[in-house]
Design a protein around this ligand. Structure first.
Ligand SMILES: C[C@H](O)CC(=O)SCCNC(=O)CCNC(=O)[C@H](O)C(C)(C)COP(=O)(O)OP(=O)(O)OC[C@H]1O[C@@H](n2cnc3c(N)ncnc32)[C@H](O)[C@@H]1OP(=O)(O)O
Length: 720
C-alpha cells in the first residue's frame, strides 16, 4: 500500500508527498489510505515544517478510478461515507497544523483537484488541466468540491465548471483564483516549496478554502443564481437528477454551513454512484476510449504520418462542408471541381460558411482570412503532386468515381491516401481501376458534418494499418469521434440512423402526429426529434440517402411516400423555411397546420389500413417503434462484424444520432428491457405493419438464449 504514495523530507523542512499510481495517478481507497498514512507521518515529524503534494511523471491526479462507480451495491454507514471527504480531506489535510501546498502539473480532475482544493495554496504549470468532471459520470464532486470550489472562484464560475464538467488550464485557473501562482514545470516544486515555507512563516496568508467567504455572494443573490442554474439544467436534461442534487448540496453549504453540506455531499455521492445514469455514463466513457483499440493495429503502435495538404474533389454541399472543416483546422486544401463556374460557387459557399463562423462568434476575422488563404480551387489535377490525402465527394456515379481514382493514382504521390465519402458503392468497386487498394479507405462524414461530431473510417481487408492510423489522427485533429468499420455495399453505421428516420415516417404515414413523435423522442432524451433532423438535413439530401438505403436493402427498408409529396408542394426543409415545421427568418421552428393535408395524401397511398391502430400509440410505444428498428439495424451491423464491438455503436448513436449518453447508447440501452422484449415487439409489429420491423437473426438467437444484445464480444465475428 505504501508505494501508492511516497514521501521525501528535504533539508529545508518541506516534505514532498507524491501520488504514485501511474500512468494517471488515479485515486482509489488504497491510494487515499496510503496518502493519509504518509501525510500523517509527515505531520507528526518535528523536522517537517510544511508539505507539498504532487504526482509522479508530470501528472497530479486524474481523479478517482471510475470503474469503482456505477453500481456497487450496499449501504455504507455514515462513518465510512465520510471517511475520505471529511475525516481525511477535511480533518487531516485541510485542518493540518502545518501548511500544505499542491504542486499541479498535467491533469488534476475530480478527486485529484479536490485534494488540491483542500491544500492551503495551489501552484500549477500553465498547461495543467483542472476540472471537477464528476457530473459527466452521473455523480457529483465527492471530496468537498461542491463546497470549496464556489468559495475559491465564486458561485457562477463554480457552477459553470461543475455543471458542465468544464476543464480549465493553469493560466485560466490563475485568472479565476483557482490557483495561486504559475510556474514552469522544471521550477514547479521549487516554487511550491517557497510558498509552503512562506505560509509556515506567515509571510503569506494561511487560507482554509472551506471557510473562505469573500468570494461568496449574499444569500439572496446566491439563491437567485442557483434558481436559474436549476432551471437551465432541467431544461437541458429533464431526465437526470444528479445536476439538481449537486445544486442542492451547494445550496445546503451556503444556507447551513459547509461542514453540514459535506455530509450531504458524501451521502449523495453514495446514492448517485449506484444509479443507472452513472452506470450508463461510465459505460460511454470507456466505450469512447475503446474505439481506438483496433485489433491488429493498436498493439503495433504505429505513429500517424503528418497530413498537411488535402485535396477535396466534388461539387456539392458535402465537399464544401468538408473543405470548410479542413481549413478551419489549418489543413491546406485543394478543392477540385470539373466546372469552373461551379468551382467558384463552391468557393463562395465555403467563404459563406466561414463568415457564418465569424458571425456566430466561433472564429474571428483573422481566422477567416487565414482559413481562406489555405484554400485553392482547381479544375485539373496539376496541384495533386504533393497532397497527402484525397477526399472524393462527387455525386454517386460509379464510373465517374472509378475514373477519378484511376487519375489519382497517376497524379498523386506514392504515400497519398485515397478516400471517398460515398455511401453507395463499396471501396472495392470504386478502386477497381487502380493498383493500390491498400491505400484506399472511406472517410464518411455525416450530413450536417459541421455539427455532427461522428466520423466513420471505413476500411477493407486490403487497407494498410498505417492508413487507418493516419485517418484516426486526422479525425481527432478535426475534433471528430472516429469509428473504424468494415466496408460493405451501401451504408454501414448510417443504416441505423436512416432506419430511425424511416420508422418515424412510417408511423406518421400510419396516423401518428409528426409533432407528437418529435416531442416523444425529445422527452426520451434525443437531442432533436426525427422530423426536425430531416428538416435540418434538407429533403433533397434525405431523399438521396433514403434511396441509397432502399436500393441496397430492398427487402427490409421502408419506402417513405411523404417526402416526395412534400417536395412537390415546395417543401425543402429548414433551408427554404418549409419542412415538417415552418421556419421564420431566425430559423425558429413552429408547427405547420398545412402539413396535415399532405400527410393525409401520403397515408392514402401507403398504409392507411393500419392507421387506426397507430393513432392510439402512447409516447413510450412511439419511442420503441422508432428506436427498435434502429436497434435492429445495429444488431445486423454487429453480427456482420462491421464494427469491432457493440459499444462502438453506442458511441456512434450518441455522437451521430443524438441518443442520450445517460442511457449508455442504443445497444447498451437494450439491457434495460432485454433481448426477448425487443424480439417480441419487433415480431409483433412485423406481423401487423410489415417486414420493415422483422427482427434480424442476431436478435432472434439472442432472445432465444435470453442473453444481452450488447454482450457480443465473444460471439461476433469481427472482420477487423
Ligand atoms: C470522488 C470524486 O469526486 C470522483 C472522481 O474523481 S471522478 C473522476 C474524474 N476524473 C476524470 O474525469 C478524468 C477522466 N480522464 C480523462 O479525461 C483522460 O483520461 C485524461 C485527460 C486524464 C488523459 O487522457 P489520455 O492521455 O488521452 O488518456 P486516456 O486514453 O483517456 O486514458 C488512459 C487510460 O486511463 C483510463 N482512465 C482515464 N481516466 C480514468 C478514470 N478516471 N478512471 C478509470 N480509468 C481512467 C482510460 O480508460 C485509459 O485506459 P486504457 O489505457 O485501458 O484504455
Amino acid at each position: 500500500m505504501q508505494d501508492k504514495t511516497a514521501v521525501e523530507v528535504g533539508a529545508d523542512g518541506v516534505a514532498i508527498v507524491t501520488i504514485n499510481n501511474p500512468p494517471l495517478n488515479l485515486l482509489s481507497i488504497d491510494v487515499m489510505l496510503s496518502l493519509k498514512e504518509n501525510i500523517e507521518g509527515a505531520l507528526s515529524r518535528d523536522d517537517v515544517k510544511a508539505i507539498v503534494i504532487t504526482g509522479t511523471k508530470g501528472k497530479f491526479s486524474a481523479g478517482f478510478d471510475v470503474t469503482a462507480f456505477g453500481g456497487r451495491q450496499g449501504k455504507k454507514t455514515k462513518r465510512e461515507l465520510g471517511f475520505m471527504s471529511i475525516q481525511f480531506v477535511t480533518d487531516t489535510l485541510e485542518a493540518a497544523r502545518k501548511p500544505l501546498v499542491a504542486a499541479v502539473e498535467g491533469p488534476a480532475f475530480g478527486g485529484g483537484l479536490e485534494i488540491a482544493l483542500a491544500c492551503h495554496a495551489r501552484i500549477s504549470t500553465s498547461s495543467a488541466q483542472l476540472g471537477l468532471t464528476e457530473l459527466q459520470y452521473g455523480i457529483l464532486p465527492g471530496l468537498g468540491g461542491t463546497q470549496r470550489l464556489p468559495r475559491l472562484v465564486g458561485l457562477p464560475k463554480a457552477l459553470e465548471m461543475i455543471l458542465m464538467s468544464k476543464r480549465v488550464d493553469g493560466r485560466e485557473a490563475q485568472i479565476i483564483s483557482l490557483v495561486d501562482a504559475i510556474a514552469p514545470a522544471d521550477k514547479l516544486l521549487g516554487v511550491a516549496h517557497h510558498w509552503a515555507l512562506d505560509i509556515f512563516e506567515r509571510r503569506i496568508p494561511w487560507v482554509i478554502s472551506l471557510y473562505k467567504t469573500d468570494k461568496l455572494e449574499s444569500l439572496e443573490e446566491a439563491r437567485a443564481i442557483l434558481k436559474s442554474a436549476r432551471r437551465e439544467v432541467q431544461r437541458q436534461n429533464p431526465n437526470v437528477v444528479h445536476p439538481l442534487v449537486c445544486i442542492d448540496v451547494i445550496e445546503k453549504g451556503i444556507v447551513s454551513g459547509p461542514r453540514n453540506a459535506l455530509w450531504r455531499e458524501a451521502e449523495a455521492l453514495e446514492e448517485l454512484r449506484q444509479s443507472s445514469t452513472c452506470r450508463s455514463l461510465v459505460h460511454i466513457f470507456f466505450a469512447q476510449r475503446q474505439i481506438f483499440k483496433i485489433p491488429g493495429i493498436s498493439k503495433v503502435k504505429l505513429m500517424p504520418r503528418k497530413i498537411s495538404k488535402v485535396a477535396v474533389i466534388g461539387g456539392g454541399l458535402m465537399s464544401s462542408e468538408i473543405a470548410t472543416m479542413l481549413v478551419l483546422r489549418n489543413y491546406q486544401v485543394v478543392l477540385k471541381h470539373k466546372n469552373k463556374t461551379h468551382l467558384l460557387d463552391e468557393i463562395s459557399r465555403i467563404k459563406g460558411n466561414l463568415q457564418n463562423n465569424v458571425k456566430n462568434g466561433k472564429a474571428d476575422q483573422l481566422c477567416l482570412e487565414k482559413s481562406v488563404s489555405l484554400l485553392k480551387g482547381v479544375v485539373d489535377y496539376d496541384n495533386f503532386n504533393d497532397v497527402d490525402l484525397v477526399i472524393e465527394a462527387e455525386s454517386e456515379d460509379l464510373s465517374l468515381k472509378q475514373e477519378i481514382f484511376a487519375n489519382l493514382e497517376k497524379f498523386c504521390p506514392q504515400h497519398c491516401i485515397f478516400s471517398s465519402n460515398s455511401s453507395k458503392f463499396s471501396l472495392k468497386l470504386i478502386g477497381e481501376r487502380t493498383k493500390c487498394p491498400n491505400r484506399i479507405a472511406r472517410i464518411h462524414f455525416f450530413c450536417l458534418s459541421h455539427v455532427i461530431p461522428l466520423m466513420e473510417i471505413v476500411r477493407t481487408e486490403n487497407t494498410l494499418p498505417q492508413v487507418v492510423v493516419d485517418l484516426i489522427d486526422l479525425g481527432r485533429k478535426m475534433r471528430k469521434t472516429p469509428i473504424v468499420v468494415i466496408d460493405r455495399q451501401g451504408y454501414t453505421v448510417n443504416s441505423m440512423f436512416v432506419a430511425y428516420l424511416h420508422a418515424a415516417i412510417l408511423l406518421t404515414e400510419g396516423g401518428v402526429d409528426v409533432y407528437q413523435i418529435d416531442q416523444a423522442l425529445k422527452s426520451f432524451g434525443m437531442q432533436l426529434g426525427p422530423f426536425r433532423i430531416i428538416d435540418i438535413v434538407g429533403f433533397q439530401a434525405f431523399a438521396e440517402n433514403s434511396k441509397i438505403l432502399v436500393e441496397s436493402l430492398p427487402d427490409r427498408s421502408y419506402k417513405p411516400k411523404l417526402i416526395s409529396i412534400l417536395q412537390q408542394e415546395g417543401h425543402e426543409g429548414e433551408c427554404n423555411g418549409k419542412g415538417f415545421y415552418k421556419y421564420d427568418h431566425c430559423s425558429k421552428a413552429s408547427q405547420d397546420p398545412e402539413l396535415r393535408k399532405y400527410i393525409e395524401k401520403a397515408r392514402n397511398i401507403s398504409i392507411a389500413t393500419i392507421a387506426s391502430k397507430l393513432i392510439k400509440l402512447s409516447d413510450a410505444e412511439i419511442v420503441e417503434m422508432i428506436l427498435f428498428p434502429a436497434l435492429n439495424e445495429a444488431c445486423r451491423i454487429i453480427s456482420e462484424g462491421i464494427v469491432i464491438r457493440s459499444s462502438d455503436l453506442d458511441v456512434a448513436s450518441v455522437f451521430g444520432m443524438g441518443f442520450p449518453s445517460y442511457r449508455g447508447g442504443i445497444v447498451y440501452w437494450s439491457n434495460s428491457f432485454g433481448s426477448d422484449y425487443v424480439y417480441s415487439k419487433l415480431e409483433r409489429w412485423a406481423k401487423e405493419y410489415g417486414d420493415f420491423f422483422t427482427p434480424c437473426d442476431y436478435i432472434v438467437e439472442r432472445s432465444t438464449k435470453r442473453i444481452s444484445l450488447a454482450n457480443e464480444i465473444k460471439r461476433a465475428k469481427s472482420q477487423l
